[in-house]
Ligand binder design. Structure first.
Ligand code: 13P
Length: 253
């Protein structure tokens, strides 16, 4: 069984005081949870305060991005070892906002995956098609390209530390969630691509999160699908009550 993994991507929100408060609230509200993994992804300057607030908590912390060199003249960038040194254990790689707003290429994302693993961070590789690509029937082609490139420098024995997040661009921050069936079909396709790249044991173990307008009202249906192993939550992760409810998704018995 794949252990559920729920992550909150705070994007470019909150300041130090608000981040510390939200982390402290979640440390309390999610205290008893042992059967699922939880991680928060604050903006870089907030990581130390959030990590400190979560010290006694099973909730982990990650960075929203990294650069693929370990140090050097790369003004404005942050390396894997730097993230580790302030308490991050995970990192998002290739988030759609970085692909589409900041212009990150598949090759950079592939290098970042390798750099994250080399820095002992657990990367979440984000993939997903735009509305235009979906309407043009290109969803599988796009996902295949992003998966094959993103995992192209990852060794099979490192895959246990990798998570994939399927985040259809048209569902991010729009209030439009993919139906559980649509999301599951994309997840199953991603899993089959990973099986083809590595082997079936790797694809069976791989956790694939869904991201895109996950809310308290739709998480249970999404998490009931066989290939959906977790959620990468944006907007709803900024409210302690909503994120707590999402982490406590109800499993069908
Ligand atoms: P929303 O949950 O706000 O749609 O954001 C999804 C996302 O991009 C998480 O990384």
């Amino acid at each position: 069984m794949r252990r559920p993994f729920i992550a909150g991507n705070w994007k470019m929100h909150l300041d130090r005081t608000a981040a510390r408060q939200l982390a402290a609230d979640l440390a309390t509200s999610l205290k008893g949870i042992r059967d699922r993994d939880i991680a928060l992804f604050p903006a870089f300057p907030l990581i130390p305060a959030v990590a400190a607030a979560l010290e006694e908590s099973p909730i982990q912390v990650g960075g929203q991005n990294l650069w693929f060199e370990t140090e050097g003249a790369f003004t404005g960038e942050v390396s894997g070892p730097m993230l580790r040194s302030v308490g991050a254990v995970h990192v998002l790689v290739g988030h759609s906002e970085r692909r589409h707003i900041l212009g990150e290429s598949d090759d950079w994302i592939s290098l970042k995956m390798a750099a994250a693993l080399a820095s002992n961070l657990n990367p979440i590789l984000c993939v997903g098609e735009t509305l235009e690509e979906r309407e043009g029937g290109l969803t599988e082609e796009v996902l295949s390209r992003q998966i094959r490139s993103g995992l192209g420098r990852v060794a099979a024995d490192a895959m246990a530390r990798v998570t994939v997040a399927y985040e259809p661009v048209w569902a991010i921050g729009t209030g439009k969630t993919a139906t559980p069936e649509t999301a599951n079909a994309a997840h199953a396709f991603i899993r089959s691509e990973v099986e083809d790249l590595f082997q079936v044991s790797v694809s069976r173990e791989l956790r694939i999160q869904y991201g895109g307008s996950v809310k308290p009202g739709n998480v249970d249906g999404l998490m009931a699908m066989p290939d959906i192993d977790g959620a990468l939550v944006g907007g709803a992760s900024l409210t302690a009550d909503d994120f707590t409810r999402i982490v406590n998704f109800e499993t069908r018995t």
